[in-house]
Design a protein around this ligand. Structure first.
Ligand SMILES: [Zn+2]
Length: 392
């Protein structure tokens, strides 16, 4: 692992000389120069940016104190609340009232997560000279606000009204381009405010889907480890540990995640935030997106909008864990307990569509090496895999 080099290199602040018989070397860095008699380890020069949310407030009825949260993170001036027709009624109006105590507030109603909508928010925010953006809504609203604020170079505050995927805290925005979802670089929110009273009133299916998205980190991490071993890809054990912790938290508390239990929302939201932080540490979606996500994206291409992102990823994780030789039944049982789909029928797809998605998944994101390899899975193997795991 790349990080295995860290201790050695930081302790060797200048050059380190080793004779051949002493050359018990734990890793190979690009900066290492080999010589028949000596190995010279170059000075440490690694650099990396990690950006995290500064304040995270999760709890019952916290929405009415959003002005205090904004003050605490030193925001000043004018803000714009981004919401949709529905989330405006659920939480947007209350957020505007609270923010109005300390700030000048504009608002904009958005629809689909497209570049056109991102541009519309961006232009209005610029014209009005807003100092920060407050996103009040589900994934679509948060993605639009995240990308438009990033493009305008101003901070944004994430106020999820539903928790259907781990994008609440991540530095990536999922935007539709030519009908296909594309993950775009953006910034992590400066702060997150998650009111469990509001989120628990959203359709339970959304929360179950968000949990499945986080549980699917387990296969994403295995794919990442594989890519690190086979392709020398950058790997962060810290990011992987965080992503795994988020998934384990949900599996171990699955019995509390039920419709109408606000404590379940609390656990789910916390795990989604930790998952987002894992992506911030890695500076990519790698710790939370592997072959199970590629399978989900393949389903999106076959039949867009039929099922939710997290639901598809959860089923993908069951099958990819089987391919990794891991405990796929544990994932399946946790999803069942939470009430997320575990079969093609529950997901609303035919057997044929599941097999087709499995065979095309490796083509979705060629640069991301996973258990599916570069050639993918044959039709026969896909059918066998889906049958053994009870998906079809
Ligand atoms: Zn996801």
């Amino acid at each position: 692992m790349n990080e295995g080099l860290l201790d050695l290199r930081t302790s060797a602040s200048s050059f380190l000389f080793l004779k051949p018989h002493e050359n018990i070397f734990i890793g190979i860095s690009k900066k290492t120069i080999f010589h028949p008699w000596i190995t010279i380890l170059m000075p440490f020069s690694k650099q990396k940016l990690m950006e995290f949310p500064r304040d995270v407030v999760v709890g019952h009825g916290v929405l009415d104190d959003i002005n205090e949260l904004c003050r605490r993170v030193n925001l000043e001036g004018k803000c714009i609340v981004v919401h949709d027709e529905n989330t405006k009624k659920i939480a947007g109006e209350r957020a505007i009232t609270s923010l109005g105590r300390d700030y000048e507030v504009d608002e904009i109603i958005v629809e689909k997560a497209t570049m056109k909508e991102v541009g519309r928010v961006q232009r209005l925010a610029k014209k009005e000279g807003v100092n920060f953006v407050v996103a009040v809504g589900g994934g679509t609203v948060i993605d639009i606000a995240k990308l438009s604020s990033y493009k305008n170079g101003v901070p944004f505050i994430s106020v999820p009204t539903a928790a259907s995927h781990d994008g609440i805290a991540s530095p990536r925005a999922s935007i539709k381009m030519n009908g296909v979802s594309v993950s775009k670089e953006a910034r992590s929110p400066l702060a997150i405010l998650a009111d469990t009273a509001i989120i628990s009133k959203a359709p339970y299916r959304m929360l179950a889907s968000g949990c499945a998205d986080v549980i699917s980190n387990l296969t994403a991490i295995l794919d990442w480890e594989l890519a690190s071993r086979l392709k020398g890809e950058y790997y962060s054990s810290f990011a992987a540990a965080l992503a795994k912790t988020a998934a384990e938290l949900l599996i171990n508390n699955a019995k509390f995640i039920k419709p109408g239990i606000e404590e379940g929302v609390w656990i789910a939201v916390k795990s989604m935030i930790v998952s987002g932080v894992a992506m911030s540490v890695a500076n990519s979606s790698r710790p939370a997106s592997g072959a199970e996500h590629m399978f989900s994206h393949a389903l999106d291409r076959i039949a867009p909008g039929k099922a939710m992102h997290g639901e598809q990823c959860g089923i993908g994780a069951i099958m990819m864990m089987y391919l990794h030789g891991g405990n796929w039944e544990r994932i399946k049982n946790a999803l069942k307990e939470i009430g997320a789909p575990t079969t093609a029928k529950e997901l609303g797809f035919t057997k044929k569509e599941i097999i087709q998605a499995l065979t095309m998944a490796h083509e979705i994101r060629r640069e991301r090496y996973t258990i599916l390899g570069t050639d993918g899975i044959t039709k026969d193997a896909a059918e066998k895999l889906a049958k053994i795991t009870g998906v079809i």
